[in-house]
Design a binder for this molecule. Sequence first.
Ligand code: ADP
Length: 508
Amino acid sequence: MLKAIKILILEDFVSDIFLIERQFKRNKLNYKLKHTDNKTDFEKYLKTFKPDIILSDYNLPDFNGLDALSIVVQHPTYIPFIIVTGALDEETAVACIKAGADDYLTKENLTRLVSAIKSSIDKRDTLIKKEKAEEETKQLAKELQTLIKTVNTPIFGVDKKGEINEWNNATEEITGFTKKSVLEKNFVENFIHEDQKETVNRIITDAIKGSSIINFEILFKTEKRYKKLLLNTTTKRNNFGEVIGVILIGQDITKMADYREELEQKIEERTKKLKTALEKEKELNELKSCFVSMASHEFRTPLSAIGFASGFLKKYGDRIDKEAHDKKLDKINIQVKYLTSMLDDILTIGKADARSKFKPETLKFSDFIKPLLEEVKTVSENSHEIEFLMTNKNFTIDLDPKLGRNIFINLLTNAIKYTPGKKHILFENNIENGSLISKVTDFGIGIPEEELEMVFTPFHRAKNTEAIQGTGLGLAIVKEAVEIHKGTVSVESKKNKGTTFTIKLPLK
Ligand code: ADP
């Protein structure tokens, strides 16, 4: 059973009310009724009775239909209002409708009354429903707007021209720019890194055409620096489905990206370290095998010479004269010295802490070098003539005496060793731009061009040295010692013509 329709009648003739009610009953209308003929009660009933519809006479003794209508029109909820009057000219009827009446009827023709009531109430119900729906939509829009504004994700928007029209709190926060300061500015021009402008412009154009993207990494300009943002775009449409711009939703991944970069860097560093360690290990292995092959080769000759000489002495010692005896002992002695110096070299190259033991002293160069020259001459039994040249006689140089000795002894003895038959050796010392330039030149066997680069590598010996004893360690020791002094060493050579080693050592 439908709810009774509450009807308020404004009428001064009771007989007319009776006529109206007859229509209700005839049409089996379910209704409740109140009636009045004055303003006071009318207003009271509006509040207390809360009518669904009002039927009003046009002319009343001290109140009229239009006045009542003007009150009802002001009422917060819509109440249908039908004028029911004795005689109504057309002009008045139009005025009533204009003033907000829903319908009008004459008392002579009330047959239409009930259907007019029903359709007015239907109209009211539809209106209420529509209003409610509109209210709900408005509410929803408001909630959405608040959500966009306050959500913890940067959301911003541009219109079809690419100008900013939305900039939520999170975007303000990560950029440091207020919405007010960015509105209507071109987004790409002002906030995208130079390298990405073209791409992001295309992304926005695509979004306007309806194809969105997800998780595109952009460099977003903020007050202080560029931040990394994962960008998602959505086409923005109005109620009619027309594209009006693009909504951009971001995710600040600056920290994550920084962390990622840091990790990548760490990995790179570790890989490098690992590689170096591996290379060292490889080098060490190579050195080991070089050492083994060198040792087995180079130790054999002096050892067998010693073995031979001592065997000879044991067997024939009492049968030879003192001179021959001493000669054999000298031979043993020379080989022992050679073995010792070879072992010294091996120990030097094997020492990893040469750098930490570096102890330079300020030395007068002539005082330092002359005894070394004498030593070389004695050991080589003056087999060669070393021409010693020094333009500046009195300079001093900061040199570690042990390492310095290694440098010069090795270069000079090599010059002698690899110069069989050619006696002249040139040893020049000059000062240029605060450095000592020492050159040791010989006119011996030379070094094959293709092996020039290799002679400083430990254990490397050029092919043309087979007849000459050696370990391949001397030059490696020279190079290391020179470099510890922040100096350089270089070589020039021509096969069978001769060789020049040049070292440059800073005086200080
Ligand atoms: P070693 O002399 O014990 O073989 P070094 O390290 O002193 O070792 O020299 C390495 C190689 O360089 C030698 O084996 C030789 O091939 C070449 N070399 C060095 N000095 C000279 C030189 N003055 N003349 C020709 N070759 C040389």
